[in-house]
Design a protein around this ligand. Structure first.
Ligand code: BGC
Ligand code: ZN
Length: 387
């Protein structure tokens, strides 16, 4: 079968199309999944440009891909899925440390030892191949109506994990959030913005990229406000602080999705009283910055601010994510489809120039007009939906 593999791990990372044997069931709980499509994100780019990928122990190649949508083609006798089911898969697998209480309780997204693995990223092959095998406990069923945008379940699960935590944290007070500010208009920032719109919040997005860019258009389409962080010709770079201070109300919720670390500290400053700042982005750099530590410390204490970091997601977050994507599709029909600007075939992945991607690249491992035929025979009759 065709697969995309990361090679030459010790020198320059490179990806290439490979021919691998088709995987087989190894236990009765497993299923063989035929991959329909795989989404690519910033992590996939970093795997290539920043040596972020790590092959399984004892191997020197890694199959890429962690945002997946596929159809079960063979299910083990004890598996909770059956042939024809549309599925996506969790990314992280637990570490083996007996003392890692979260991994031992099904929450590898809160792994304490750092020895977790992640399919397609760290120590475990990913899904960017024609088939993969996985245990049912790591598979999440996707409703067939969500066929056209189900591949976004993984990035949406990242947003849902944040919202889940925010709800827990904000039990501490009476909270009536009104304004959200999102930093960064990549796929994650856009999904965070749409989520906040679904939650009824006023949404402001601050990002590199002009006001006429594709992400800016997407933000306006959902009723958000886009503000470019680019310097107008001949002028100084605009500052986040000035922008946020010009809003009617300081943000109750702030999502940092750029990974540009100095912005994270500026965000702590402009976050409103009792607000939550969620840090979701990272970059591999070694940047250092001088910060007004006394003022920041004072503000965080005196205004009950909360800063939380969040990575990966649980099964529940995937399920809520699928629910939310459906809500977005109802509220903004066709909008999710417009996030997937670059659709390519698996053979084209090695030539992909990440810097040229409009918003999000999706690899159609099976051509889209063949997807429906692979689902349960009843699916097409039961629902009317288009890909
Ligand atoms: C993935 C997460 C993963 C993180 C860190 C992200 O791109 O969506 O599932 O935990 O990278 O590797
Ligand atoms: Zn662990």
């Amino acid at each position: 079968m065709k697969a995309i593999r990361l090679k030459q791990m010790n020198s320059e990372p490179q990806i290439a199309l490979a021919d691998l044997p088709e995987p087989r069931l190894r236990s009765p709980q497993e299923a063989v999944v035929r991959v329909l499509c795989i989404g690519l994100d910033g992590t996939d780019r970093e795997i290539l440009t920043e040596h972020y990928g790590q092959p399984p122990e004892g191997e020197n190649e890694l199959t890429n891909g962690h945002e997946s949508l596929g159809v079960v083609v063979e299910a083990g006798p004890q598996s909770a899925v059956s042939a024809g089911d549309l599925v996506t898969a969790l990314v992280r697998r637990p570490c083996l440390e007996p003392g890692c209480v979260n991994c031992r309780n099904g929450r590898a997204d809160y792994c304490e030892s750092g020895k977790y693995t992640e399919r397609g990223i760290k120590g475990e092959h990913g899904y960017l191949a024609e088939y993969y095998v996985e245990e049912d406990r790591y598979l999440v069923k996707v409703p067939v109506e969500s066929l056209s945008y189900g591949v976004l379940a993984e990035p949406q699960s990242i947003v849902e994990k944040v919202w889940e935590q925010v709800q827990h944290v904000q039990q501490r007070l009476i909270w009536e959030p009104k304004t959200a500010v999102i930093l960064g208009a990549g796929p994650l920032g856009l999904l965070a913005a749409a989520t906040c719109r679904c939650l009824g919040l006023e949404v402001h997005v601050w990002s590199k990229g002009g006001s006429d860019s594709l992400p800016a258009e997407r933000i306006r389409e959902i009723g958000g406000v886009y503000r470019s962080a680019d310097a107008p010709p001949g002028e100084a770079e605009p500052r986040l602080t000035d922008y946020v201070r010009s809003l009617r109300r300081p943000p109750d919720l702030l999502f940092e999705c750029t990974g540009f670390s100095p912005l994270a500290f500026e965000a702590m400053d402009v976050l409103g009283p009792n607000g939550v700042l969620a840090l979701l982005g990272v970059t591999p750099g070694k940047r250092t910055a001088e910060i007004p530590s006394d003022a920041l410390n004072r503000q965080i204490v005196m205004q009950n601010k909360c800063v939380l970091g969040s990575v990966n997601a649980s099964r529940k977050n995937f399920e809520t994510g699928l629910y939310r994507l459906r809500q977005m599709e109802e509220k903004f029909p066709g909008w999710l489809g417009k996030l997937m600007t670059d659709r390519i075939r698996i053979e084209q992945v090695p030539q992909l120039d990440f810097s040229q991607i409009g918003i999000k690249a999706v690899v159609d491992v099976v051509p889209r007009d063949q997807w429906k035929a692979l689902l349960h025979p009843a699916a097409e009759a039961e629902y009317s939906f288009s890909v």
